[in-house]
Every structure is written in C-alpha cells, then in structure tokens.
Unconditional design. Structure first.
Length: 342
C-alpha cells in the first residue's frame, strides 16, 4: 500500500535570515525526518513558479542549487528513501496537467484570487504575466499529481489550496475518481500545528518581525552575513530603558527577542535562559553571549554549506526525479484517458 503523501515546496533565497531558519527551515527538516516513517514526503523546488514575476534569469540555475544546498546544510537527509527531493521542471507532467486543468478552470475563478489581485496591483497590467494568473493551477497540478493529502500552507496560500480541492472534485465528478482530494485548510492546520508562533523580531525595530525584504537589513541576521558583522548587529540591537532583564514581549520586545535567540541558538529552553539572565541590571552580558552564539552559529552553518556534498545532492535529485516521473505520469495518463487524449 502506498503511504499518504505530504508535499511542500522548498522556496529559499540567497538571503534567508535566522528567523526563516528557526521558523521555517528547521521545522521543515524535522517534519520531513520525523514523518517519513508513516508518510511519503515530497519536497520540491518550484522552479517553474519562480518567474511568474520578473527575475534575473542568469541567476536562476545557481539559485536553485543554492536553495537545495541550504536545506541540506540545515540537515535535510539525502539518503532517506521516503523523502523525495526534486525540481518541478524535471517532471514535465506538472506542465501537462496544468494545461488540462486550465481548460476546466474559470477565468473569473482565477481573477478572484487574492494573491493575484495584490500582485497585479503592485506590478501594473503590462508586467503581469499569464503565468502569474495561472499560478494556482500549476500549484494544483503540483499537489494532485502525487495524490498529496497534506500540504503545509501559509495564510497567503490557503485560497490556492482550496482551489486545488475544487478542481480535483470538479474533475472527479465529471470523469470518476481521478484525484485524491487534499485535506481542507483546517485539517492542514490541525496536522501541522498552525503557526507555532515563532517570530524573531527585527533587531533595530523589535516591534516588527525580521523580514528578508527589509530595506536596510541592519536589523536582520542573514545566513550569509559575515559572522563578525552579525555579532555587531546583535551588540547594537535596540533594547529599552527598563534596566532589568525580563521576558516581556510587550514591554521589553528587544530584550525578549534576544532571550528568544539565546534559547534557539543554545538549544536550551526559553525558561532556562530566562532563569539564567533574570533580573540582571545591565544588558551587556546578554548581548555579548548572544553575539558570540550568533557568530559561532553562522561560522558553523557557512562551513556546513560549503561542505554540502554536491555529488550526493545531484544523485538524490536524479533518483527522486525518476521516481516522481513515474508517479506523476501514472496520474497524468489516467487524466489523459479520462479527457479522451489516450
Ligand atoms: P518577505 O519579507 O519577503 O516576506 P520573510 O522574511 O517574511 O520575507 P517569507 O518568505 O515570507 O520570509 O517566509 C518564509 C518562511 O519563514 C515562512 O514559513 C515564514 O513563516 C517564516 N518566517 C519569516 N519571517 C520569520 C521570522 N521573523 N521569524 C520566524 N519565522 C519567520
Ligand atoms: Mg513574509
């Protein structure tokens, strides 16, 4: 019997920060590793999705491999047969199924997608591609080809997941059981634990979260930062005038953020870290400890990244892509037969 499928896209850029690392990368690596006994875990690079809005194409190829290496450096196992790591464009069935699904998708249905409306408002009509319009259909194909039940989605993707369910049901009703229907958004949240709430704050303005699109980057620790410069960013983090270390995200957001980082970087519990610093009247010690830990963490991470076994990674991609082509083509053939192409 086939195992149920968990599927997720590995979106990552050169400039991921420690918030992304602790809030997204590590949980995904843990999820893949821990669930792979019971589930088939599909982790794919949505490379066809990556130029729905304009990008520098001379960088895409390097970017894709860099993304994959970041995940490997974060601990994604390359030798687990239940975890498949693949590039979307290496499985042509994604594009083929998209076309077929397109012909059963309403124009208005796509026009109502919030993300499309938001992005078009920003870009203006002339720079809007049909690819951007069509993005949710490709996403539906990504999911339905493998019969994935569980797809972790952020709020911005919920509507797209609902569409994947709709189009699957629509075709199942018309042609008989072609697709596994992915679990509804609520079921996804129950399964993955909705928003574990971890939000690393910006070091300059600790009332907002650390974001890679931040303009100055002064309050952001990027995974590619020079470790010494990153340590300096910690040393000059905004704190407050309370004059005592307490964990209080409302009253002392800067200090609380540093305590949080301290815990994540040291692997100690937040309680233990708070206990250790509680009531200290100067912030210097806390800053120094976190600065050292950040420096050490980045040095280690960057070494791991430089040492990722590229041959092993390529071999993994090759074997996963062969297996995924087989699975995806089985679904595609069913659909092709149903619509009369075969
Ligand atoms: P952008 O500014 O482009 O929105 P971002 O830093 O918010 O970038 P996203 O690409 O939106 O990053 O999110 C990638 C993943 O990282 C998501 O799972 C998101 O929940 C998580 N994440 C983003 N910022 C933080 C943060 N400050 N702390 C913890 N997790 C975060
Ligand atoms: Mg964001």
């Amino acid at each position: 019997m086939n195992k149920p499928v968990i599927l997720t896209g590995l979106r990552a850029n050169n400039d991921l920060h420690i918030g992304n690392y602790f809030g997204a990368l590590l949980p995904m690596v843990d999820m893949a590793t821990n669930r792979s006994d019971e589930f088939q875990v599909n982790l794919f690079v949505p490379d066809l999705h990556s130029f729905t809005t304009p990008i520098d194409h001379s960088e895409l190829q390097a970017q894709i491999m860099h993304n994959l290496k970041i995940y490997a450096a974060a601990g994604l196992p390359l030798d687990n047969a239940s975890i498949h790591i693949y590039r979307q464009s290496y499985v042509p069935a994604h594009s083929e199924l998209t076309w077929i699904l397109d012909c059963f998708t309403g124009f208005g249905e796509m026009q109502r997608m919030t993300q499309f409306k938001d992005k078009t408002a920003k870009l203006g009509d002339d720079r809007n591609s049909v690819g951007l319009f069509n993005y949710p259909v490709l996403m539906a194909a990504d999911i339905l080809l493998y019969g994935a039940s569980y797809v972790p989605v952020g709020d911005d993707q919920s509507q797209h997941l609902e569409f994947a369910r709709d189009i699957a049901e629509r075709l199942n009703n018309k042609f008989g059981e072609l697709f596994v229907i992915p679990k509804p958004v609520k079921g996804q949240h129950e399964f993955f634990g909705k928003d574990q709430g971890l939000r690393i704050k910006d070091l300059v303005d600790p009332t907002k979260k650390m974001s890679k699109s931040d303009e100055t980057g002064k309050g952001v620790i990027f995974l590619g930062d020079d470790p010494e410069i990153a340590a300096k960013k910690i040393m000059s983090a905004t704190t407050d005038n309370e004059g005592a270390v307490h964990l209080d995200f409302n009253k002392q957001p800067g200090i609380s953020n540093l305590l949080q980082l301290h815990a994540l970087l040291s692997g100690e519990t937040l309680e233990a870290v708070v206990e250790h610093h509680n009531g200290q009247t100067s912030y210097g010690d806390l800053k120094k400890e976190v600065a050292e830990q950040v420096q050490e963490f980045l040095t280690e991470f960057q070494t791991r990244l430089a040492n990722v076994d590229e041959q092993a990674l390529l071999k993994k991609l090759e074997s996963s892509e062969a297996a995924m082509n087989e699975q995806a083509n089985t679904t595609l053939l069913k659909v092709q037969k149903a619509v009369g192409l075969r």
